[in-house]
Design a protein around this ligand. Structure first.
Ligand SMILES: [Zn+2]
Length: 80
């Protein structure tokens, strides 16, 4: 692994997903994601899960949602 900032990116990924980072930090993470396949996959999984949790809180279709999320995660894993 090179000096690609993975540790920083992964540490801040959660906050990035929730748009809780300050703009300069968010820009750093976004830039890293653009250049790092590994972190991009992790981010993609996080996006799916975050969206699923949000929807699960506001909608009442947990079974369908769960199936959809599992399918997306499987697709992402297959693409790795
Ligand atoms: Zn990385």
């Amino acid at each position: 692994m090179t000096d690609c900032g993975c540790d920083k990116a992964k540490a801040e990924l959660e906050e990035f997903l929730h748009h809780e980072l300050r703009a300069p930090d968010a820009a750093d993470v976004a830039e890293h994601l653009a250049n790092c396949v590994d972190c991009t996959h992790e981010h993609a999984v996080g996006v799916v899960l975050t969206a699923a949790v949000k929807r699960a809180c506001s909608e009442t279709a947990p079974e369908e949602l769960r199936a959809e999320v599992l399918l997306k995660i499987r697709e992402l894993r297959a693409a790795m």
